[in-house]
Write a protein that binds this ligand. Structure first.
Ligand SMILES: Nc1ncnc2c1ncn2[C@@H]1O[C@H](COP(=O)(O)OP(=O)(O)OP(=O)(O)O)[C@@H](O)[C@H]1O
Ligand SMILES: [Mg+2]
Length: 146
């Protein structure tokens, strides 16, 4: 079940960055953010800014396209940034630290649909849709375990 849904229109990369930084400020250990949307929607822009807000702007944030995951130390909690586009089977997630991540991390997951039923019910979904050149609708929904 989803509640507390909010929808914003992002006109450019900077507005998506601002949303990411706002959500990062209130994120807590064990929070899970799924980033949904097709190629080039801004999932990585969101992740990079979220990470910069908590880990510092000087930190390099490479895309985990091939490594599937990158981790970052922050004062609040470690951030685990997953990009599961290239994962072949959902179960591979256990080989790249999934249980350790769930225990204490803040999780950012690009392509969460790859996890199927492994994805915990309780999470915040950030869903991107293309409206036009530079324009995106970004819908933030909190899913609870009921
Ligand atoms: N409103 C917007 N918000 C975010 N990015 C935008 C926006 N408008 C245009 N862009 C551009 O769209 C691109 C988004 O790229 P990004 O790598 O974040 O996409 P992605 O969703 O991670 O794609 P992929 O699934 O291929 O990894 C960037 O080049 C960015 O400048
Ligand atoms: Mg990406």
């Amino acid at each position: 079940m989803a509640f507390d849904v909010s929808e914003i229109i992002s006109h450019n990369e900077e507005e998506t960055a601002h949303l990411a930084r706002t959500l990062a400020k209130s994120a807590k250990p064990t929070d899970i953010f799924t980033l949904r949307g097709t190629l080039g929607m801004g999932k990585s822009v969101f992740a990079r800014n979220f990470i910069h807000e908590l880990a510092g702007a000087e930190i390099e944030v490479p895309s985990p396209t091939f490594t599937l995951v990158q981790t970052y130390e922050t004062e609040k909690a470690p951030i685990w940034h997953f990009d599961l586009y290239r994962i072949e089977e959902a179960e591979e997630i256990y080989e790249i630290g999934w249980e350790e991540a769930l225990g204490q991390g803040i999780l950012l997951i690009e392509w969460p649909e790859r996890l199927g039923s492994i994805l915990p019910k309780e999470h915040t979904e950030v869903a991107f849709e293309m409206l036009g050149r530079g324009l995106r609708t970004i819908t933030v929904s909190n899913y609870i375990n009921e």
